[in-house]
Ligand binder design. Structure first.
Ligand SMILES: Nc1ncnc2c1ncn2[C@@H]1O[C@H](COP(=O)(O)OP(=O)(O)OP(=O)(O)O)[C@@H](O)[C@H]1O
Ligand SMILES: [Mg+2]
Length: 253
């Protein structure tokens, strides 16, 4: 039996008259990647804020890492890290300094060692001593992810981790996210990109008009929409494959 990492039951949240979450239910298994899909304004960030104790629900329960978000917010906070759309990276500091700063804030014993290990893991060793302001979008996102992993929390929340990245940067982030989940970390991510969910998620849930209207593995979701008619066509490469082939990134992986 898999352990449950997040359990949400009948969660409701309104902003004044606007009902955003109208009874949301789902569970996330430990070590899995769970993708929450939804259009702009669906309530994805609202849900993440509740699960990370930044916002209180109106009713319903949310258990994160075994702790109730409403009654045990401190325990919940210690169980997770959150990477929002707006990176926590300090532009003036180097990549290494950013990581050391977080490690100190979290009272870790060997901040420099922790920083260097994460720089290696995220392929940022060469850029370690450059100011973050000189990093590309993909590098910055990787640094942001690395920062959220200082102290290795068991659950990682990623709110639109690849918005604004080019295909190459997105694939870098995907690779890291997969490795994290392989290492046993639970990843809860929101995205508006269907292909991102398709590539990454063990489990996908679609939030629409305040409720989870569909949920399951990709295969399960595909079964909900059987093709009307079977067609035999040559498999064409996707634009992403073509783009990556042209810029010569394929063999590096
Ligand atoms: N603090 C707030 N006060 C009032 N309304 C809010 C507040 N925060 C969010 N909303 C509204 O709640 C709805 C859900 O917002 P939320 O940010 O959770 O959506 P989202 O799914 O994350 O959207 P996006 O894809 O654009 O990030 C939106 O209509 C938004 O305008
Ligand atoms: Mg959002």
């Amino acid at each position: 039996m898999q352990n449950v990492s997040i359990k949400v039951e009948n969660l409701q949240k309104s902003y004044k008259k606007l009902d955003v979450l109208k009874g949301v239910n789902f569970t996330v298994e430990q070590g899995s990647i769970f993708a929450l899909l939804g259009s702009n304004g669906a309530g994805k960030t609202t849900l993440i804020k509740i699960l990370t104790t930044l916002l209180k629900q109106d009713s319903g329960t949310a258990i994160v890492n075994g702790f109730d978000v409403a009654s045990k917010p401190d325990h919940v906070r210690q169980s997770l890290s959150l990477t929002g759309q707006f990176a926590a990276v300090d532009e003036i500091l180097t990549g290494q300094e950013n990581l050391i700063m977080i490690a100190r804030l979290r009272h870790l014993k060997h901040p420099r060692q922790v920083a260097d290990e994460l720089l290696t893991r995220f392929g940022l060793t060469d850029a370690a001593n450059r100011r973050a302001s000189t990093y590309s979008g993909g590098m910055r996102r990787r640094l942001d992810l690395a920062m959220s992993l200082v102290g290795t929390p068991p659950i990682l929340f990623l709110d639109e981790p690849t918005t604004g990245l080019d295909p190459e940067g997105r694939i870098e982030v995907w690779k890291v996210v997969k490795e994290l989940a392989d290492g046993g970390i639970t990843v809860f991510l929101t995205t508006q990109y269907l292909d991102e969910a398709e590539q990454l998620a063990d489990h996908i849930a679609i939030l629409h008009e305040g409720k989870i209207i569909a949920s399951g593995t990709l295969m399960e979701l595909k079964k909900l929409f059987p093709p009307a008619e079977v067609e035999y066509v040559e498999k064409q490469p996707t634009l992403e494959e073509i783009f990556l082939a042209i810029i010569g990134k394929k063999e590096e992986k």
